[in-house]
Design a protein around this ligand. Sequence first.
Ligand code: NDP
Ligand code: ZN
Length: 354
Amino acid sequence: MKAIGVTRDGDEPELLEIERPEPADGEALVRTLRVGVDGTDHEVIAGAHGGYPEGEDYMILGHEAVGVVADPNGTGLEEGQVVVPTVRRKPDGETNEYFRRGEPDMAPDGEYFERGIVGAHGYMAEYFTSPADYLVPISEDLAEYGLFVEPISITEKANEHAFATREPFEWRPETACVLGNGSLGLLTLWMLGQQFDRTYCVGRRDRPDPTIDVIEELGATYVDSRQTSVDEIPEAHEAIDYMYEATGFAPHAIETVHALAPNGVGALLGIPEPWDFEVDGGSLHNELVLHNKCLVGTVNSHVKHFEYAIDTLEDMPEWLLDGLITTVAEPENVTPAFVDDDDQIKAVVEFDTL
Ligand code: NDP
Ligand code: ZN
Protein backbone atom coordinates (compact mmCIF):
# COMPACT_ATOMS: atom_id res chain seq x y z
CA MET A 1 0.00 0.00 0.00
CA LYS A 2 0.98 3.66 -0.40
CA ALA A 3 2.27 5.58 2.61
CA ILE A 4 3.86 8.99 3.13
CA GLY A 5 6.84 9.00 5.43
CA VAL A 6 10.22 10.39 6.28
CA THR A 7 13.36 8.25 6.13
CA ARG A 8 16.50 8.54 8.22
CA ASP A 9 18.55 9.64 5.21
CA GLY A 10 15.91 11.84 3.55
CA ASP A 11 14.84 15.33 4.53
CA GLU A 12 11.46 15.47 2.80
CA PRO A 13 8.28 13.39 2.95
CA GLU A 14 8.36 10.54 0.42
CA LEU A 15 5.87 8.16 -1.15
CA LEU A 16 6.70 4.70 0.24
CA GLU A 17 5.37 1.33 -0.86
CA ILE A 18 4.87 -0.85 2.23
CA GLU A 19 2.82 -3.84 3.39
CA ARG A 20 -0.72 -3.31 4.58
CA PRO A 21 -0.76 -3.78 8.39
CA GLU A 22 -2.60 -6.72 9.98
CA PRO A 23 -4.81 -5.91 12.97
CA ALA A 24 -3.78 -7.65 16.19
CA ASP A 25 -6.28 -8.82 18.83
CA GLY A 26 -8.42 -5.88 19.95
CA GLU A 27 -7.43 -3.83 16.91
CA ALA A 28 -9.43 -2.86 13.84
CA LEU A 29 -8.18 -2.19 10.31
CA VAL A 30 -9.08 1.27 9.03
CA ARG A 31 -9.12 2.53 5.43
CA THR A 32 -7.79 6.08 5.52
CA LEU A 33 -9.84 8.89 4.02
CA ARG A 34 -7.98 12.11 4.87
CA VAL A 35 -4.99 13.16 7.00
CA GLY A 36 -4.23 16.77 7.98
CA VAL A 37 -0.81 18.39 8.24
CA ASP A 38 0.06 20.78 11.09
CA GLY A 39 3.00 22.62 12.66
CA THR A 40 4.05 19.47 14.54
CA ASP A 41 4.45 17.54 11.27
CA HIS A 42 6.80 20.24 10.01
CA GLU A 43 8.81 19.96 13.24
CA VAL A 44 8.94 16.15 12.85
CA ILE A 45 10.10 16.44 9.21
CA ALA A 46 12.79 18.94 10.27
CA GLY A 47 13.94 16.50 12.98
CA ALA A 48 13.16 19.08 15.71
CA HIS A 49 10.50 17.00 17.47
CA GLY A 50 9.66 13.32 18.01
CA GLY A 51 11.56 10.23 16.86
CA TYR A 52 11.45 7.11 14.67
CA PRO A 53 9.87 3.80 15.69
CA GLU A 54 12.61 1.62 17.14
CA GLY A 55 14.50 -0.42 14.57
CA GLU A 56 12.78 1.27 11.60
CA ASP A 57 14.52 3.37 8.99
CA TYR A 58 11.36 5.31 8.17
CA MET A 59 8.33 6.72 9.94
CA ILE A 60 4.90 7.17 8.43
CA LEU A 61 3.74 10.74 9.08
CA GLY A 62 0.37 12.09 10.18
CA HIS A 63 -1.66 12.24 13.38
CA GLU A 64 -4.83 14.11 12.30
CA ALA A 65 -6.81 11.41 10.53
CA VAL A 66 -10.25 10.20 9.61
CA GLY A 67 -11.00 6.79 8.10
CA VAL A 68 -13.53 4.00 7.64
CA VAL A 69 -13.46 0.67 9.46
CA ALA A 70 -12.44 -1.89 6.82
CA ASP A 71 -12.17 -4.89 9.16
CA PRO A 72 -13.60 -4.67 12.69
CA ASN A 73 -11.64 -7.87 13.52
CA GLY A 74 -14.03 -8.95 16.27
CA THR A 75 -13.98 -5.59 18.08
CA GLY A 76 -17.27 -3.82 18.77
CA LEU A 77 -16.88 -1.58 15.73
CA GLU A 78 -18.83 -2.06 12.51
CA GLU A 79 -17.49 -2.32 9.00
CA GLY A 80 -18.07 0.98 7.17
CA GLN A 81 -18.18 3.06 10.37
CA VAL A 82 -16.35 6.40 10.09
CA VAL A 83 -13.79 6.85 12.89
CA VAL A 84 -11.11 9.25 14.11
CA PRO A 85 -8.03 7.79 15.87
CA THR A 86 -6.51 9.31 19.00
CA VAL A 87 -2.74 9.87 18.97
CA ARG A 88 -1.04 8.42 22.08
CA ARG A 89 -0.25 4.73 22.40
CA LYS A 90 1.34 2.53 25.05
CA PRO A 91 5.14 2.61 24.71
CA ASP A 92 6.35 -0.72 23.28
CA GLY A 93 2.85 -2.04 23.97
CA GLU A 94 3.56 -1.84 27.73
CA THR A 95 0.82 -0.24 29.75
CA ASN A 96 1.33 2.13 32.67
CA GLU A 97 -0.86 3.94 35.19
CA TYR A 98 -1.81 6.73 32.76
CA PHE A 99 -3.14 4.33 30.13
CA ARG A 100 -4.84 2.22 32.82
CA ARG A 101 -6.64 5.33 34.06
CA GLY A 102 -7.64 6.32 30.51
CA GLU A 103 -5.50 9.48 30.77
CA PRO A 104 -2.56 8.89 28.40
CA ASP A 105 -2.59 12.62 27.62
CA MET A 106 -1.29 13.19 31.18
CA ALA A 107 1.64 10.75 30.81
CA PRO A 108 5.10 12.32 31.02
CA ASP A 109 7.68 12.08 28.25
CA GLY A 110 8.89 8.51 27.75
CA GLU A 111 5.66 6.93 29.00
CA TYR A 112 3.90 7.08 25.64
CA PHE A 113 4.35 6.84 21.89
CA GLU A 114 2.58 9.29 19.60
CA ARG A 115 1.48 8.00 16.20
CA GLY A 116 3.31 9.89 13.46
CA ILE A 117 5.32 11.90 16.00
CA VAL A 118 7.33 9.79 18.41
CA GLY A 119 8.04 6.05 18.44
CA ALA A 120 5.14 4.88 16.26
CA HIS A 121 3.99 5.13 12.65
CA GLY A 122 1.32 7.71 11.81
CA TYR A 123 -1.82 7.51 9.72
CA MET A 124 -0.65 8.85 6.36
CA ALA A 125 -1.15 5.54 4.53
CA GLU A 126 -3.95 3.77 2.68
CA TYR A 127 -4.67 1.67 5.78
CA PHE A 128 -3.77 1.72 9.45
CA THR A 129 -4.58 -0.42 12.47
CA SER A 130 -5.52 0.78 15.94
CA PRO A 131 -6.91 -0.58 19.19
CA ALA A 132 -10.68 -0.17 18.83
CA ASP A 133 -10.80 1.77 22.14
CA TYR A 134 -8.79 4.55 20.52
CA LEU A 135 -11.04 4.90 17.47
CA VAL A 136 -13.78 7.46 18.10
CA PRO A 137 -16.88 7.10 15.89
CA ILE A 138 -18.06 10.15 13.95
CA SER A 139 -21.09 10.63 11.70
CA GLU A 140 -20.70 10.05 7.96
CA ASP A 141 -21.79 13.63 7.27
CA LEU A 142 -18.66 14.91 9.02
CA ALA A 143 -16.22 12.52 7.30
CA GLU A 144 -14.82 15.23 5.02
CA TYR A 145 -13.94 17.40 8.03
CA GLY A 146 -12.99 14.59 10.45
CA LEU A 147 -9.32 15.54 10.29
CA PHE A 148 -10.21 18.62 12.37
CA VAL A 149 -11.32 16.51 15.34
CA GLU A 150 -7.78 15.98 16.66
CA PRO A 151 -6.73 19.67 16.65
CA ILE A 152 -10.12 20.75 18.08
CA SER A 153 -9.68 18.13 20.83
CA ILE A 154 -6.40 19.80 21.81
CA THR A 155 -8.33 22.98 22.59
CA GLU A 156 -11.15 21.08 24.32
CA LYS A 157 -8.56 19.77 26.76
CA ALA A 158 -6.80 23.12 27.14
CA ASN A 159 -10.09 24.88 27.89
CA GLU A 160 -11.17 22.16 30.30
CA HIS A 161 -7.95 22.45 32.29
CA ALA A 162 -7.78 26.25 32.17
CA PHE A 163 -11.42 26.84 33.13
CA ALA A 164 -11.18 24.27 35.95
CA THR A 165 -8.66 26.57 37.68
CA ARG A 166 -11.33 29.34 37.77
CA GLU A 167 -14.05 27.12 39.22
CA PRO A 168 -13.55 27.94 42.94
CA PHE A 169 -14.88 31.49 42.51
CA GLU A 170 -17.39 33.40 40.45
CA TRP A 171 -15.45 34.06 37.27
CA ARG A 172 -17.30 36.18 34.73
CA PRO A 173 -14.99 36.36 31.72
CA GLU A 174 -15.81 38.53 28.73
CA THR A 175 -12.64 38.64 26.66
CA ALA A 176 -10.39 35.99 25.09
CA CYS A 177 -7.27 36.32 22.99
CA VAL A 178 -5.61 33.68 20.80
CA LEU A 179 -1.89 34.08 20.12
CA GLY A 180 -1.17 32.59 16.71
CA ASN A 181 -3.08 32.54 13.43
CA GLY A 182 -2.12 29.00 12.38
CA SER A 183 -4.78 26.33 11.95
CA LEU A 184 -4.90 25.59 15.70
CA GLY A 185 -5.26 29.29 16.52
CA LEU A 186 -8.07 29.86 14.01
CA LEU A 187 -10.09 26.80 15.06
CA THR A 188 -9.71 27.94 18.67
CA LEU A 189 -10.74 31.50 17.80
CA TRP A 190 -14.10 30.24 16.52
CA MET A 191 -14.55 28.09 19.65
CA LEU A 192 -13.80 30.99 22.01
CA GLY A 193 -16.09 33.24 19.96
CA GLN A 194 -18.99 31.02 21.09
CA GLN A 195 -18.23 31.63 24.77
CA PHE A 196 -16.70 35.10 25.07
CA ASP A 197 -18.18 38.50 24.24
CA ARG A 198 -15.06 39.87 22.57
CA THR A 199 -12.16 37.97 20.95
CA TYR A 200 -8.72 38.96 19.68
CA CYS A 201 -6.17 37.08 17.59
CA VAL A 202 -2.47 37.95 17.42
CA GLY A 203 -0.37 37.40 14.29
CA ARG A 204 2.62 39.04 12.62
CA ARG A 205 1.48 39.52 9.04
CA ASP A 206 0.45 42.32 6.68
CA ARG A 207 -2.91 42.52 4.98
CA PRO A 208 -4.05 41.09 2.60
CA ASP A 209 -3.70 37.72 4.24
CA PRO A 210 -6.11 34.77 4.23
CA THR A 211 -5.80 34.21 8.00
CA ILE A 212 -6.57 37.87 8.79
CA ASP A 213 -9.65 37.53 6.55
CA VAL A 214 -10.79 34.56 8.66
CA ILE A 215 -10.09 36.44 11.92
CA GLU A 216 -12.20 39.40 10.79
CA GLU A 217 -14.92 37.21 9.32
CA LEU A 218 -15.21 35.65 12.80
CA GLY A 219 -15.79 39.10 14.26
CA ALA A 220 -12.49 39.07 16.17
CA THR A 221 -9.96 41.92 16.34
CA TYR A 222 -6.62 41.28 14.60
CA VAL A 223 -3.58 42.39 16.62
CA ASP A 224 -0.20 42.61 14.84
CA SER A 225 2.48 41.66 17.38
CA ARG A 226 5.04 43.76 15.45
CA GLN A 227 3.03 46.87 16.38
CA THR A 228 1.44 45.89 19.68
CA SER A 229 3.39 43.46 21.81
CA VAL A 230 1.30 40.99 23.77
CA ASP A 231 1.93 42.71 27.13
CA GLU A 232 0.67 45.99 25.60
CA ILE A 233 -2.74 44.52 24.70
CA PRO A 234 -4.45 45.83 27.91
CA GLU A 235 -3.32 49.36 27.11
CA ALA A 236 -4.03 49.22 23.36
CA HIS A 237 -7.33 47.30 23.66
CA GLU A 238 -8.39 45.85 27.01
CA ALA A 239 -7.20 43.32 29.59
CA ILE A 240 -7.95 39.72 28.64
CA ASP A 241 -9.71 37.12 30.79
CA TYR A 242 -8.50 34.08 28.82
CA MET A 243 -5.26 33.99 26.84
CA TYR A 244 -4.58 30.98 24.57
CA GLU A 245 -1.02 30.73 23.25
CA ALA A 246 -0.58 28.79 19.97
CA THR A 247 2.57 30.34 18.50
CA GLY A 248 5.46 28.45 20.11
CA PHE A 249 7.06 31.92 20.46
CA ALA A 250 8.54 31.59 23.96
CA PRO A 251 8.37 35.28 25.06
CA HIS A 252 4.58 35.02 24.64
CA ALA A 253 4.39 32.73 27.66
CA ILE A 254 5.69 35.53 29.88
CA GLU A 255 3.86 38.37 28.12
CA THR A 256 0.61 36.42 28.52
CA VAL A 257 0.70 37.04 32.28
CA HIS A 258 0.86 40.81 31.73
CA ALA A 259 -1.97 40.76 29.16
CA LEU A 260 -4.32 38.98 31.57
CA ALA A 261 -7.03 40.80 33.52
CA PRO A 262 -7.06 40.21 37.30
CA ASN A 263 -8.24 36.62 38.02
CA GLY A 264 -7.55 35.61 34.41
CA VAL A 265 -6.03 32.41 33.11
CA GLY A 266 -3.64 31.66 30.27
CA ALA A 267 -3.20 28.31 28.48
CA LEU A 268 0.17 27.61 26.86
CA LEU A 269 0.20 25.22 23.90
CA GLY A 270 3.36 26.07 21.94
CA ILE A 271 6.38 23.80 22.06
CA PRO A 272 9.49 26.01 21.71
CA GLU A 273 13.09 24.86 21.72
CA PRO A 274 15.48 26.26 24.37
CA TRP A 275 15.48 30.06 24.09
CA ASP A 276 17.33 32.57 26.29
CA PHE A 277 15.80 36.01 26.82
CA GLU A 278 15.56 38.55 29.59
CA VAL A 279 12.58 38.49 31.94
CA ASP A 280 11.60 40.75 34.85
CA GLY A 281 10.92 37.81 37.14
CA GLY A 282 9.85 40.03 40.02
CA SER A 283 7.00 41.63 38.09
CA LEU A 284 5.94 38.28 36.72
CA HIS A 285 5.82 36.73 40.19
CA ASN A 286 4.07 39.79 41.62
CA GLU A 287 1.39 39.84 38.86
CA LEU A 288 0.57 36.17 39.27
CA VAL A 289 0.20 36.52 43.04
CA LEU A 290 -1.49 39.88 43.54
CA HIS A 291 -3.99 39.34 40.73
CA ASN A 292 -4.79 35.67 41.29
CA LYS A 293 -3.59 34.85 37.78
CA CYS A 294 -2.90 31.38 36.48
CA LEU A 295 -0.85 29.84 33.66
CA VAL A 296 -1.61 26.29 32.51
CA GLY A 297 0.52 24.18 30.19
CA THR A 298 -1.36 21.52 28.24
CA VAL A 299 -0.51 18.89 25.65
CA ASN A 300 -2.37 16.24 23.70
CA SER A 301 -5.92 15.01 24.44
CA HIS A 302 -7.82 11.76 24.80
CA VAL A 303 -11.10 10.06 23.88
CA LYS A 304 -13.32 12.31 26.03
CA HIS A 305 -11.86 15.42 24.35
CA PHE A 306 -12.34 13.83 20.91
CA GLU A 307 -16.00 13.33 21.78
CA TYR A 308 -16.38 16.98 22.83
CA ALA A 309 -14.53 17.94 19.64
CA ILE A 310 -16.99 16.03 17.45
CA ASP A 311 -19.87 18.01 19.02
CA THR A 312 -17.95 21.23 18.42
CA LEU A 313 -17.18 20.30 14.80
CA GLU A 314 -20.88 19.70 14.17
CA ASP A 315 -21.59 23.33 15.05
CA MET A 316 -18.74 24.85 13.04
CA PRO A 317 -19.82 26.65 9.87
CA GLU A 318 -18.85 25.07 6.55
CA TRP A 319 -17.44 28.33 5.18
CA LEU A 320 -14.86 28.26 7.97
CA LEU A 321 -13.88 24.60 7.55
CA ASP A 322 -13.70 24.91 3.75
CA GLY A 323 -11.74 28.16 4.11
CA LEU A 324 -9.20 26.55 6.44
CA ILE A 325 -8.48 23.70 3.99
CA THR A 326 -6.14 25.36 1.53
CA THR A 327 -4.66 22.24 -0.14
CA VAL A 328 -6.00 18.75 -0.84
CA ALA A 329 -3.12 16.65 -2.18
CA GLU A 330 -3.07 13.08 -3.45
CA PRO A 331 -0.52 10.60 -2.09
CA GLU A 332 1.21 10.40 -5.50
CA ASN A 333 1.99 14.12 -5.31
CA VAL A 334 2.17 15.29 -1.69
CA THR A 335 4.63 18.14 -2.17
CA PRO A 336 1.86 20.83 -2.14
CA ALA A 337 0.66 19.52 1.24
CA PHE A 338 4.01 20.27 2.86
CA VAL A 339 4.40 23.80 1.53
CA ASP A 340 4.39 26.05 4.60
CA ASP A 341 3.85 29.57 3.24
CA ASP A 342 1.41 32.35 4.19
CA ASP A 343 -1.28 31.03 1.79
CA GLN A 344 -1.35 27.65 3.51
CA ILE A 345 -3.64 27.17 6.51
CA LYS A 346 -4.53 23.46 6.63
CA ALA A 347 -3.21 21.02 4.04
CA VAL A 348 -4.79 17.61 3.67
CA VAL A 349 -3.64 14.39 2.03
CA GLU A 350 -6.62 12.53 0.63
CA PHE A 351 -6.28 8.76 0.21
CA ASP A 352 -9.92 7.95 -0.49
CA THR A 353 -13.47 9.25 -0.22
CA LEU A 354 -16.53 7.59 1.31
P1 NDP B 1 1.51 26.98 12.98
O1 NDP B 1 2.98 27.00 12.83
O2 NDP B 1 0.64 26.76 11.79
O3 NDP B 1 0.99 28.34 13.64
C1 NDP B 1 1.75 29.18 14.48
C2 NDP B 1 1.30 30.59 14.19
O4 NDP B 1 1.88 31.48 15.13
C3 NDP B 1 1.76 31.05 12.80
O5 NDP B 1 0.64 31.54 12.10
C4 NDP B 1 2.78 32.15 13.10
O6 NDP B 1 2.72 33.21 12.19
C5 NDP B 1 2.29 32.65 14.46
N1 NDP B 1 3.37 33.30 15.20
C6 NDP B 1 4.58 32.80 15.54
N2 NDP B 1 5.30 33.72 16.22
C7 NDP B 1 4.52 34.82 16.32
C8 NDP B 1 4.71 36.10 16.89
N3 NDP B 1 5.85 36.45 17.49
N4 NDP B 1 3.70 37.00 16.82
C9 NDP B 1 2.56 36.67 16.20
N5 NDP B 1 2.32 35.48 15.62
C10 NDP B 1 3.29 34.56 15.68
O7 NDP B 1 1.18 25.89 14.08
P2 NDP B 1 -0.21 25.26 14.58
O8 NDP B 1 -1.32 26.23 14.42
O9 NDP B 1 -0.34 23.92 14.00
O10 NDP B 1 0.15 25.07 16.13
C11 NDP B 1 0.40 26.20 16.96
C12 NDP B 1 1.39 25.86 18.06
O11 NDP B 1 0.82 24.90 18.93
C13 NDP B 1 2.72 25.26 17.57
O12 NDP B 1 3.76 25.77 18.38
C14 NDP B 1 2.53 23.77 17.81
O13 NDP B 1 3.76 23.11 18.04
C15 NDP B 1 1.69 23.77 19.05
N6 NDP B 1 0.84 22.60 19.22
C16 NDP B 1 0.72 22.14 20.48
C17 NDP B 1 -0.10 21.09 20.77
C18 NDP B 1 -0.24 20.65 22.18
O14 NDP B 1 -0.83 19.60 22.42
N7 NDP B 1 0.27 21.40 23.14
C19 NDP B 1 -0.86 20.39 19.72
C20 NDP B 1 -0.73 21.01 18.41
C21 NDP B 1 0.11 22.06 18.19
P3 NDP B 1 3.48 33.16 10.74
O15 NDP B 1 2.86 32.00 10.02
O16 NDP B 1 3.13 34.46 10.11
O17 NDP B 1 4.93 32.95 11.01
ZN1 ZN C 1 -0.99 18.19 15.85
